[in-house]
Ligand binder design. Structure first.
Ligand SMILES: [Zn+2]
Length: 270
């Protein structure tokens, strides 16, 4: 992408649509992107294609999504949750690409969207519902239903193991040339997580991928580099460094891999 196009893309006043499959995708995969776009004065809309009813908790998860969006600065009026049996929260069901695409296009037109952010072909976690969103955007693009040059940014998938390593992934990301990482300020970390009372002085850094092609202008983030974040946490720890992983235990059973590295992580003798 040319620098002028990049500047136009990131200019204030843009209407950006984040397209997700389930409540919690916005927090698990896109929180740094949303906060970064808000900082650049983008108006962010969110379109969620399911209520996340896999465990029959759809109503709870819909409410949680609205609360999460509120924390991320997306008002309820800019959030659309599709609760339709055509799009079940189920990795074993293939959503109809044309159907997803037509709803998506309608949402783009009604809200004068000029930038779409969603998953890539790998769906980040490999979930077929995530992949269906990418397929729909591709269809719209290939059928010429999006305006010429309409920008679509996708989150780059990494291996499942790396995705859920959280901070442990930093050394891998530093080695990669394609990854774009965005480190939140401690203030934004507070916004991305519900406030929890604690009395120990501790520091937290949330590190997450942002879509390929989305390079925030210099100094607009004002954050340390990933290496500085990693080293800062290591050198600043007085007694311990806790690493938190979203709902997974990082065991081979959970992440469906038999990497020796995973075994080392849980081996108390190491
Ligand atoms: Zn999801």
């Amino acid at each position: 992408m040319k620098s002028q196009e990049q500047a136009d893309l990131l200019g204030g006043g843009s209407h950006t649509l984040l397209v997700i499959a389930h409540p919690d995708d916005e927090a698990m995969f896109f929180a740094p992107t949303v906060l970064g776009l808000a900082r650049l004065r983008h108006r962010v809309f969110l379109l969620c294609f399911s209520a996340g009813n896999y465990y029959n908790q759809g109503e709870i998860r819909k409410r949680e999504l609205l609360q999460s969006c509120d924390v991320l600065g997306i008002p309820p009026s800019s959030v659309m949750i599709i609760d339709n049996r055509d799009f079940p929260d189920d990795p074993c069901v293939q959503w109809n690409t044309e159907h997803v695409a037509s709803i998506l296009l309608q949402h783009i037109e009604v809200n004068s969207i000029n930038l779409v952010v969603t998953f890539d072909a790998g769906g980040v976690s490999g979930h077929s519902n995530h992949v269906a969103l990418y397929a729909a955007v591709r269809t719209l693009h290939s059928e010429g239903k999006l305006p010429k040059g309409f920008p679509v940014l996708t989150l780059q998938s990494v291996s499942v193991l790396r995705k859920y390593l959280s901070l442990l992934d930093l050394p891998f990301s530093l080695l990669g040339t394609c990854d774009v990482l965005f480190v939140l300020t401690s203030k934004e970390v507070t916004r991305a997580k519900p406030p929890v009372p604690y009395y120990d002085p501790c520091e937290a850094m949330l590190v997450e991928s942002i879509p390929q092609g989305l390079d925030f202008p210099n100094a607009s983030t004002g954050d340390p580099s990933t290496s500085q974040a990693w080293l800062g946490l290591l050198t600043g720890a007085h007694s311990s460094l806790d690493i938190v992983s979203f709902y997974l235990t990082l065991t081979n059973n959970n992440i469906h891999t038999w990497e020796p590295f995973v075994q080392e992580l849980i081996d108390p003798s190491i």
